[in-house]
Design a protein around this ligand. Structure first.
Ligand code: 26A
Length: 340
């Protein structure tokens, strides 16, 4: 494969163990949860983790948005250690499960460790929808010192992928990596991750925005971002161009924006143009759950980007990866990746 080398991609995010159950709509309503949202757990949500385990036959699956993306990327590349992952876990069994999963896909995990429990995420599946409640715990204790101590990985990488979710944890670590990307003309990829990021973490998001070379988001994240930024439009095409044209530090790289919208076409905004890539809708009977579909899309995309493939190839591989993951529970790898 062309140009692959160890550690060329570095990801930073929250390593979480997913606790996934099928529930009914009533359960969502009762707990005041949206069907397709991702939120941070508050005290009032804590009973849900227990209930999923005790009453709803929970499945335990390796999760965390960035770690999912990186595992998918490694699965496709089929050559270990191209990808490094920074995140914080506890010193417990769940951390071992996460590490084992990531390593078996070929991700070189370089975890920060603390005395809290490893984070987890309640995944409430209702039909095609999934509602996520993240209890970050250890993940929230990631420190900038970890980045400083392991700066050789930052130096060595050419691509950086960070979730918007990580803005809730360590904006200063993100800025350190963003500055490095700018200084060395490397590529920073980020994801809007969830609507609440654009609302409650607007300041750190807009601080890093000028450093972002490739920005991912889905339709609800893009709409919320546009509202919060007073774009004055709910038209996704107009929103994409406005995102594209937000101030940018590295003038050597034009920003690219990629908006996904479920089974509707993926939109690629680049320069003066927007192009749409069709998504073939899966049959109802093939859908297991959509948990991790967005992460898998990005994993597929990056697997081609690091091989210097065209954006068309990146997006088409992203679409194939998302489609495959919807047929599986969570972001499960294993077996051969469908033919490219
Ligand atoms: C800070 N928050 C809310 C989060 C997450 C998260 N990963 C990092 N930070 N909330 C949900 N996830 C992960 O998203 C994946 C599905 O896209 C879940 O762990 C799940 O695996």
């Amino acid at each position: 494969m062309s140009g692959l080398r160890d550690g060329m991609l570095l990801g930073m995010g929250n390593p979480l163990l997913d606790i996934s159950s099928v529930v009914d709509n009533e359960y969502l309503t009762k707990n005041d949860l949206g069907p397709d949202n991702a939120i941070l757990a508050e005290e009032k949500h804590m009973h849900i983790f227990k209930e999923l385990q005790e009453t709803y036959k929970a499945e335990y699956i390796a999760g965390g948005s960035v770690q999912n993306t990186l595992r998918i990327c490694q699965w496709i590349l089929n050559r270990p250690n191209v990808v490094t992952f920074f995140g914080c876990v506890g010193k417990d069994k769940n951390a071992e499960i996460l590490e084992e999963n990531a390593r078996s896909d070929g991700v070189n995990v370089v975890y920060d460790k603390c005395d809290e429990a490893t984070g987890c995420c309640a995944v409430l599946i209702t039909g095609k929808h999934r509602s996520l409640i993240a209890h970050l715990a250890a993940a929230n204790h990631f420190s900038k010192e970890h980045v400083i101590k392991n700066f050789n990985y930052v130096e060595n990488a050419e691509f950086y992928y960070i979730s918007g979710f990580f803005l809730t944890v360590s904006p200063s670590s993100i800025m350190m990596v963003a500055e490095k990307a700018l200084e060395s003309n490397k590529v920073l990829l980020m994801n809007l991750s969830a609507p609440f990021i654009s609302i409650f973490f607007k300041d750190p998001l807009m601080q890093v925005m000028p450093y972002i070379d490739i920005l991912f988001g889905n339709e609800s994240e893009a709409l919320t971002f546009a509202k919060e930024q007073d774009f004055g439009t709910e038209n996704l095409k107009e929103i994409g161009f406005k995102m594209l044209n937000l101030p940018k530090e590295n003038k050597n790289r034009k920003r690219v924006v990629i908006l996904t919208q479920g089974h509707h076409p993926v939109m690629l905004f680049e320069g003066e143009t927007v192009r749409e890539f069709p998504v073939v809708e899966l049959q109802e009977c093939d859908i297991v759950d959509t948990n991790g579909a967005g992460d898998a899309f990005v994993g597929g995309f990056i697997s081609q980007l690091v091989q210097a493939k065209s954006y068309d190839d990146c997006i088409n591989t992203g679409i194939i990866a998302a489609r495959e993951i919807i047929k599986r529970s969570g972001c499960a790898t294993g077996g051969d990746f469908p033919c490219l």
